[in-house]
Design a protein around this ligand. Sequence first.
Ligand SMILES: O=C(O)[C@H](CS(=O)(=O)O)OP(=O)(O)O
Length: 238
Amino acid sequence: MDAWFRQDGYQVRLEWGPDGVTALGADCAVLVIVDVLSFTTSVDIAVGRGARIMPLRWKDEAAAANARRAGLPVGETFGKELSLRPSSLTAIEAGTTLALPSANGATLCDLASKTGAHVLTGCLRNADAVAARARELAGDRPVGIIAGGERWLLPGDPLRPCWEDLLGAGAIVSALPDGRSPEAEMAARTYRATGASLLHECVGAKELIAAGYPDDVRLATEVNVSTATPLLRDGFLS
Ligand SMILES: O=C(O)[C@H](CS(=O)(=O)O)OP(=O)(O)O
């Protein structure tokens, strides 16, 4: 891949989705996956309470079956039981291990784990803490922020860049030092201009509110309320 697609020469880089993992994973010592609605917000809440999350690739029935065989609960997308909904995890018990499939965040974690980079997950709730951990893990090598994006429900499953992940990524970039690529700088400037103020009006938020999960949006909108820095090790975020 040509060097400019890897945002060569910058210490803080930003790209979108699975192809972004491929592009930035080549050089970056750390990849930070950002999927604000909802996977990485859910991970922050669970890990912040002392639980750990096993990310599962979306629709990977074999991985889900393996997790069940190992006695792990497997979260659904929707539901009041432990699920992908952040609001279902606010009382998760310390020591719980939850296998969590998600279309975007969990799938990206799995992809990123194959690049050799350290893999962190971040969101608005833990942006400053995750940025500090990324910096510490990276040393003098570059950090790549992956804005997860969502999916258009259309043939080919195309990526839909989304507001909430631009903001989450921008919050993390804002807490990292200079040496930002233009792509990373754009996200930081957007975040600095708006904060989380418009998050509850974006497409993903409206979708969740209409589905009856306004608390998910409220939890995702809280900025720097958490010091959890979920790091993927041996298939678990903790
Ligand atoms: O949290 C979500 O609502 C989405 C579900 S889906 O992608 O819209 O089916 O998952 P996530 O992977 O957390 O973006």
